[in-house]
Design a protein around this ligand. Structure first.
Ligand SMILES: [Zn+2]
Length: 287
């Protein structure tokens, strides 16, 4: 039975927590194929947006062959795109946790897309880095997926500092804190009850990437491989949907971004820490 299921890894967490970096590095793994933030896939198809390689999806060497395996009349139907976008909104999270069923149309679209991707790649696992908790809960109800999760959490001050930089969606500190608290509250809640998910701290990942990758491997595959030194290695950016500005580069290296310790005043560091105290304590961050 398991053979027919599509092996899917889902990345959860707040934006600016290093998810694109982790997803790119995991793509380097012989068993994992990273495809990006798939909650935006239908919008990307509808508007023929750019893949990270710079080509429109219809011209991209990876996505164009997948698109040929998909039914365009379902994919490019605006009402399906709207249905998918509305079902993945954050306010549905409590309802999904209470058992709200998935509409068959949504299930059918997901099955079609993941099956087409699986038949076009040569690795056993697909990594969807959408981050949305609601989408994870929808995928979790899908019996045709063999789902595992990775929840990436980062010190709130690193997230605030990153949102303050020149990014696509900048946020002021207080709105970053609100966003951070809501997303991480739900990710934490889901992770707590769902043994399919492993929690990883951004800081552990950038400090000891090899050890962290092995921890992830153990969780996903119940085995570990010999991981070579990743710190000075460059990683090719795969053909990913959406993601942050890293995607416009061609490759990346593991970057340990702890600049918040210099850019945020000590007073504000303590203030932000106490505003998110339960999450900071739970994840063993120090003031
Ligand atoms: Zn591409």
């Amino acid at each position: 039975m398991t053979k027919q299921k599509v092996n899917t890894i889902y990345l959860l967490g707040a934006g600016r927590s290093g998810t694109t970096m982790l997803a790119t590095i995991l793509n380097n793994h012989p068993k994992i194929y990273t495809i990006g933030e798939m909650h935006q896939f239908l919008d990307y198809v509808l508007e023929d947006k750019d893949c990270s390689c710079g080509e429109n999806l219809s011209k991209c060497p990876f996505w164009s062959s997948i698109l040929m395996d998909l039914d365009a009349s379902i994919l490019k139907n605006k009402s399906n795109v709207d249905l998918s976008n509305s079902l993945e909104k954050h306010h549905f999270i409590p309802l999904y946790l209470l058992g709200k069923p998935i509409p068959p149309k949504y299930r059918e679209i997901i099955d079609m897309i993941f099956k087409a991707i699986q038949s076009n790649i040569d690795k056993p696992w697909i990594l969807d880095s959408s981050k949305y908790n609601s989408r994870y809960l929808l995928l979790r109800k899908n019996k045709k997926l063999n789902l595992k999760g990775i929840y990436l959490v980062r010190d709130v001050r690193g997230v605030i500092n990153s949102f303050g930089k020149n990014v696509q969606t900048p946020k002021k500190p207080l709105s970053a804190i609100l966003y951070y608290s809501i997303i991480n509250f739900w990710s934490q809640w889901i992770c707590f009850f769902d043994k399919r998910i492993i929690k990883i701290r951004y800081e552990d990942f950038v400090n000891e990437p090899e050890k962290t990758i092995q921890k992830i491997e153990k969780h996903l595959f119940d085995s570990t491989s010999k991981v070579s030194n990743l710190t000075n290695e460059t990683f090719k950016i795969p053909h990913i949907i959406a993601g942050n500005r890293l995607r416009s580069q061609k490759q990346l290296v593991i970057k340990k971004d702890m600049k918040w310790k210099e850019t945020i005043t000590r007073g504000n560091q303590i203030l932000y820490y106490f505003l998110t105290l339960p999450l900071m304590l739970l994840n063993k961050y120090k003031p």
